[in-house]
Design a protein. Structure first.
Length: 130
């Protein structure tokens, strides 16, 4: 996604490349099952306000469950999403969903996750050139 590799110690530099990171729920957990509905409800509304305020052209959710919960708590719709570009937009932003990169999602092969990330990168490059 960036012209130079960035690791955890340098991920604060992503803003230089027009990339921002955030979470729906702002606390670490071992799995999504530890999160409460109230946390998703509050976090989804905060995230929606941020996205509508900053108006990115592309939004990516790392994990289908996270995006589905975002939809549930912001639009009241049950999410049945699959990885890739979504039909819905957030404001004017295109929405892309990756399979979760969490080790808890080990059932998705790394090669498949990389394929989706390459597709996302291609979309990001195309958007920058628009």
């Amino acid at each position: 996604m960036t012209p130079v590799p960035l690791g955890p110690e340098t991920d604060d530099q992503v803003l230089r490349y027009g990339i921002g990171f955030t979470d729906v729920v702002k606390r670490p957990t071992r799995s999504m099952s530890e999160l409460k509905a109230a946390e998703f409800n509050e976090g989804a509304e905060v995230l929606l306000k941020k996205l509508l305020g900053f108006q990115p052209r592309l939004v990516c959710f790392n994990g289908i469950s996270g995006y589905n919960n975002f939809l549930r708590y912001t639009e009241g719709v049950p999410g049945k999403s699959v990885p890739g570009l979504q039909e819905r937009r957030i404001g004017h932003a295109k929405v892309f969903v990756l399979p979760s990169t969490s080790p808890a999602n080990a059932r998705v092969p790394l090669v498949e996750i990389v394929r989706w990330m390459k597709e996302l990168r291609g979309m990001a490059v195309d958007i920058k050139e628009e």
